[in-house]
Design a binder for this molecule. Structure first.
Ligand SMILES: [Zn+2]
Length: 245
């Protein structure tokens, strides 16, 4: 398969750049990742305290509802107290009243404790939010910066996609199939550079940069002089020669 190596190398480069651009567009950029982690952590802490406060508030409301019911019951019992006729009924009613009194005391205590907890969590929230403000502003500024960079990355992706389509059209189908298969199987690393190792007395050896397997001189000549497609005998990557070597 002579002559298509240059297109394949260009396609490989284009696809690598495309993957990088895609990652840049869809993940938190490196320069933001520390800030993002800190922001998420502090935000989660605030959310947790908020949830605690909401739970305490809910508990207080429930305790107050129980309290109101118990007070109502208590009132009814007190009214009945004047109407009972036997000592036994009177005793039984007093027992009920005692039970209700205990319920009232318990509910009052619960409501008070829950209200105190809510107050504490509110105070803590004020403190956390105060501390968070600077970080949040910084984070939002960085986020805006990132957003402003996105259109140019998206445009680069469009260019690279078009370029890769053009390159694909330059290459025969069977070559493309080989490349695509390797590209997929090797996670985008379908190509390997040939490396030169100087030996004594002006001799040299060549090998595949990916797996270190030897590359025969004849293969190197085909790659360099004819742009032929040759795969490494061991890892099957398509070999190319970098003129800077
Ligand atoms: Zn190899």
């Amino acid at each position: 398969m002579p002559g298509h190596l240059q297109s394949i190398v260009s396609l490989h480069t284009t696809l690598t750049e495309l993957t990088e651009a895609d990652q840049r567009l869809h993940s938190i950029p490196d320069w933001m990742s520390d800030l993002h982690a800190e922001h998420s952590e502090r935000k989660a802490a605030i959310d947790a305290v908020e949830a605690e406060g909401a739970a305490a508030d809910q508990e207080r409301r429930e305790a107050e509802a129980t309290l109101a019911d118990a007070q109502e019951t208590q009132k009814r019992y007190q009214e009945q107290l004047g109407k009972v006729s036997t000592q036994r009924e009177y005793g039984a009613l007093l027992t009920e009243i005692d039970t209700t009194k205990a319920q009232i005391a318990e509910s009052e205590q619960k409501a008070l404790e829950a209200a105190e907890r809510k107050e504490q969590s509110d105070a803590k929230l004020v403190e956390l939010r105060d501390d968070f403000r600077d970080l949040d502003e910084r984070y939002n500024a960085e986020l805006a910066k990132w957003e402003s960079e996105k259109p140019s990355v998206a445009a680069a992706i469009e260019d690279l996609t078009r370029r890769s389509q053009e390159l694909r059209e330059e290459v025969p189908r069977n070559v493309l199939m080989l490349f695509d298969r390797l590209h997929e199987r090797l996670g985008g690393a379908a190509l390997a550079r040939v490396r030169k190792t100087e030996l004594s007395r002006g001799n040299a050896m060549w090998h595949c940069e990916a797996c270190s397997y030897n590359v025969r001189p004849q293969v190197l000549v085909e790659i360099r002089n004819h742009g032929s497609l040759n795969q490494c005998d061991s890892c099957k990557r398509i070999l190319y020669w970098d003129d800077e070597e």
